[in-house]
Ligand binder design. Structure first.
Ligand SMILES: Cc1cc2nc3c(=O)[nH]c(=O)nc-3n(C[C@H](O)[C@H](O)[C@H](O)COP(=O)(O)OP(=O)(O)OC[C@H]3O[C@@H](n4cnc5c(N)ncnc54)[C@H](O)[C@@H]3O)c2cc1C
Length: 399
């Protein structure tokens, strides 16, 4: 592992840092737990789309995509440096994240030229937003048991069924959706990966309110929804393989080690700013033990991320790394936020509606939100199964 940056990587990092200092709007840096500050959800969405367009104009969206698909053919090292700079500058996440980091790479891998030309440009500029229609009531971890059907009728499929926990369906223009196209095929074989336009007649989106108070995800109902046959990606009945390409990219997206390091830095600031037994909490033995235990995990995670990066730069194929990183970072984020809340005492629990918010309610928001991320994209237990079976070669447990 070589931790020294090449001169061109250093120049890239400095360029990104200077660009962000100049172009990132101050209002964009607010915590998602904070007060809406008089803006409507529509204003906020418009601002986030404009921010993605600006970033894209500067070449900082989909850095690693091939140039012919609108990327910059950047190296994994440059992507890592850019991610670090975005977190450092407290830039908001991409509003079109599911497009750029999930369905976009899947289309590059599995799509036809026509499908790529139709969708990739609008994914990059956030002109069209995407949501992921995988989970159903009764089909989460056991995703291949999904029941939503797509019956062929001439040049169209007729889709019927229900999805659940669909993040961003309320703002999405398109869904990448898993449907059962062959009810008689074996469980994994009868599934296809279908792109569905959200304004198609017969689709109903019903928001679910999360404990953060945001309506971040939804139930989506399909009632005789007609979808052109050419919207299948990767071939009829091949949806399971295509879905797994997207899932690998999703785990990479959810497991941001930089974000976790930044949260730990924030926790240290909290520990220095509050008192325990008449002195800064950061000097209190019990608190120091807790911080040290977390720091050891953060550091191990950081070095593991560098080890993975080195392996990628040397051309090794990805294995279970995304599962390890997703498992560790999501659980650590929750532990870090929980420690901050404990240190802040009653003030830590204040949320929207209070005049006395600490850090713009960053900590209670992250505490609640990170719980969801331990489940979303495959639960912690499922990641452990993947690591045990595919990584360590352990036998499958009997159920
Ligand atoms: C914040 C958030 C956002 C989400 N966004 C989306 C989205 O945009 N699109 C989408 O399609 N889905 C989304 N989901 C759904 C998510 O993918 C599922 O919740 C997840 O896969 C778990 O499925 P489930 O909820 O049905 O739980 P279940 O699968 O019923 O699991 C219940 C419990 O049993 C455990 N368990 C199940 N099977 C096993 C096993 N084999 N071994 C050990 N333990 C097991 C699980 O770990 C869990 O603790 C989101 C979820 C969350 C929380």
């Amino acid at each position: 592992m070589d931790l020294d940056l090449a001169p061109e990587d250093e120049a890239f990092r400095d360029g990104a840092r200077a660009w962000l200092a100049k172009h990132l709007p101050k209002t964009a840096r607010r915590s998602r737990g904070g007060e809406p500050a008089g803006e409507t959800p529509g204003d906020r969405l418009g601002a986030l789309k404009a921010w993605q367009r600006t970033l894209y104009g500067a070449g900082y969206v989909a850095l690693g995509w091939p140039r012919e698909h609108g990327g910059r053919a950047g190296t994994p090292m440059q992507q890592t440096l850019l991610n670090e700079e975005l977190v450092r500058a407290r830039a908001p996440g991409l509003v079109g994240m599911m497009g750029v980091q999930m369905v976009g790479p899947t289309l590059i891998h599995w799509g036809t030229d026509v499908q790529r030309r139709r969708h990739l440009p609008k994914i990059l500029t956030a002109e069209e937003l995407w949501c992921q229609g995988y989970s159903e009531p009764g089909s989460g971890s056991d995703l291949a048991s999904l029941k939503t059907t797509a019956r062929r009728d001439g040049d169209e499929f007729v889709v019927n069924g229900q999805k659940i926990w669909t993040s961003n369906a309320q703002i999405a223009d398109w869904m990448f959706c898993l449907v059962r196209t062959d009810p008689d095929a074996p469980k994994h074989g009868g599934i296809s990966y279908l792109l569905i336009e959200m304004k198609t007649p017969g689709i109903t989106v019903r928001p679910l309110i999360q404990m953060t108070k945001d309506a971040g995800f939804n139930e989506v109902f399909f009632d005789d929804v007609r979808v052109p046959v050419e919207n299948v990606i990767g071939g009829l009945g091949n949806g399971w393989a295509v879905a797994n390409t997207t899932l690998m990219h999703e785990r990479n997206m959810l497991g941001s080690t930089t974000q976790t390091q930044s949260m730990f830095e924030g926790l240290l600031r909290v520990a220095r700013s509050v008192t325990r037994d008449g002195r800064p909490a950061s000097e209190h033995e019990a608190v120091r033990q807790r911080l040290a235990a977390l720091k050891i995990q953060v550091e191990a995670m950081r070095l593991n991320a560098y080890r993975n990066l080195t392996a990628t730069l040397k051309g090794r194929k990805p294995g279970i790394e995304a599962s390890v990183t997703k498992l560790v970072t999501c659980e650590l984020n929750h532990q870090i936020a929980a420690t901050a809340l404990e240190l802040l005492g009653p003030y830590g629990a204040l949320y929207r509606g209070s005049k006395h918010l600490v850090d713009d309610a960053f900590w209670p928001y992250e505490w609640m939100f990170s719980l969801g991320l331990i489940i979303g994209g495959g639960t912690a237990q499922i990641q452990k199964n993947i690591i045990a079976q595919r990584g360590l070669g352990l036998p499958r447990g009997k159920s």
